[in-house]
Design a protein around this ligand. Sequence first.
Ligand SMILES: NC(=O)c1cc2c(N)ncc(C(N)=O)c2s1
Length: 318
Amino acid sequence: METPRERAEKLREEIRKHDYHYYVLDQPLISDAEYDRLFRELVELEQAYPDLVTPDSPTQRVGGEVLKGFTPVQHRVPLLSLDNAFNERELRDFNRRLKERLGDEAVAYVCELKIDGVSIALVYQDGVLMSGATRGDGIVGEDVTANIRTIKSLPLRLTYPLPRVEVRGEVYMPKEAFARLNREREDRGEKTFANPRNAAAGSIRQLDPKVTAGRTLGLLVYDILHLEGKEIDSQRETLEFLSELGFPVDRNFRWCASLDEVLEYCEEWQGRRHELPYEIDGVVVKLNSLPARQLLGATAKSPRWAIAYKFPAEEKET
Ligand SMILES: NC(=O)c1cc2c(N)ncc(C(N)=O)c2s1
């Protein structure tokens, strides 16, 4: 016979698995009714035995406290911004500068969609979410932990208890949710948001996490800022590992053997951006090899080993 603690742990693991399949893979394994039954059993068990509650329990996503303000957070690793390229010539200049510095050893890239959202840094210790902070000025951001915990695709516990890992991702509001939110605000005579990025920023900078919980937000993780307990050599490996840890990762990334392949990717996705459920404003082109990135380093503002190719602004629908 299971003890209440064993039952609670089993329910948490089960619900975590279903959250991953539903919110990250978009492939639910059970019906909503069955999921709700599991969730309700855990809520009732934790109410009967309050000392069983753990911070990573799926029942603890929406805190009750309304903040007075946001605590500043100093990022251990500065969250740099990206230099921009607006056309093929500027991408070719980037490629040439990189090859000059690296010598002609194989320079491969990984291209990733540039999500039009809000950058955040997430810290996990022993596999458990410790904090989430906005980028801020890149050095100091705002502690928005209570709000990002409400994002269902954000894991409160990773699949392995790595001693410490810090990752960077983008919080975004899907296009559909953005349109629905603005319709509701218009019906209430409230100001509407200009675009999904502003709506996402406004939603994670709420002082009341229950308001954030009422907004549909997504998360896509794309960089490891700090890692203990594992060696990784490339961006491709980074993205695969982030996925293994249970993070939502945009699967549209592509390893490119040459700049020509990078240009093909940029052209393809400039034409396909409407297919996506979220807005993108370009492509991030990153040197794949992490050791080679070390050779290049970063300026005070941005890395030398990556660049953002920005799509031309879309004509607004009138
Ligand atoms: N400012 C930055 O460094 C980045 C910003 C973004 C963004 N908005 N979306 C995706 C990525 C990515 N896949 O790397 C990056 S990287």
